[in-house]
Write a protein that binds this ligand. Structure first.
Ligand code: FE2
Length: 202
């Protein structure tokens, strides 16, 4: 598979999310329309370069694919090694999650009156192509796991901020919460802007 063959797909998606934010749409519309665009993006698996699809044997990877120049949004590939999962965490901003390869299991949580985190509903299995949303409005605390113990899964996430700069929380099993900033696994971003090359070889 030539994973560099269609950089235009991510470029188009960047423009679609930016256009929604330029129009200053309500979060509901952003999630609906942005979710539809993300569903289209993850319906094709011919655009994510291998360097941003590499699993780590110890920890799931978060590769920044694009950051908006005003940090209004960021796009990240989450690469899950076999059996890897996040801690229970929140986001504090809207987010969209689309499964590009494999499958994931998502479990929602909420805080009880005493501030203790508890499971909210049953875990959902998200197959390739599935899209879902998080936000403080629609439910912001969850834990995501690779559904597979023997293969890599990848999801594409979009957040309403530069998520690598957002102070948010993880909720340890022993109770309470810990502040964290997730950061990124990569120092180099994929070049989706070399349009002349696409024209030359199309
Ligand atoms: Fe998350």
């Amino acid at each position: 598979m030539n994973t560099l063959s269609r950089p235009d797909r991510l470029r188009t998606f960047v423009g679609q999310i930016a256009a929604l934010l330029d129009a200053d749409v309500a979060e509901t519309q952003l999630i609906d329309a942005g979710g539809a665009h993300l569903r289209e993006l993850v319906s094709h698996d011919d655009w994510l370069p291998d360097a941003w699809a590499r699993a780590d044997p110890v920890r799931y990877q978060q590769y920044l694919l694009h950051a908006d120049s005003r940090q209004r949004f960021s796009i990240v590939s989450f690469v899950w090694g076999p059996g890897q999962s996040t801690p229970v965490h929140d986001h504090t901003v809207w987010g969209l999650i689309g499964v590009l390869r494999g499958a994931e299991v998502a479990q929602d949580y909420c805080l009880d009156k005493g501030g203790t985190v508890i499971a909210n509903g049953v875990a959902r299995r998200l197959e390739t192509g599935a899209v879902e949303a998080v936000s403080p409005r629609v439910g912001d605390i969850h834990r995501v796991s690779n559904a597979y113990e023997d293969r890599v899964s990848i999801s594409i996430h979009v957040y309403g901020a530069n998520i690598g700069a957002v102070s948010r929380s993880v909720y340890p099993a022993e109770g309470g919460r810990k502040t964290f900033i997730s950061g990124y696994s990569n120092d180099v971003l994929p070049n989706i802007w070399n349009v002349s090359k696409e024209i030359a070889f199309s």
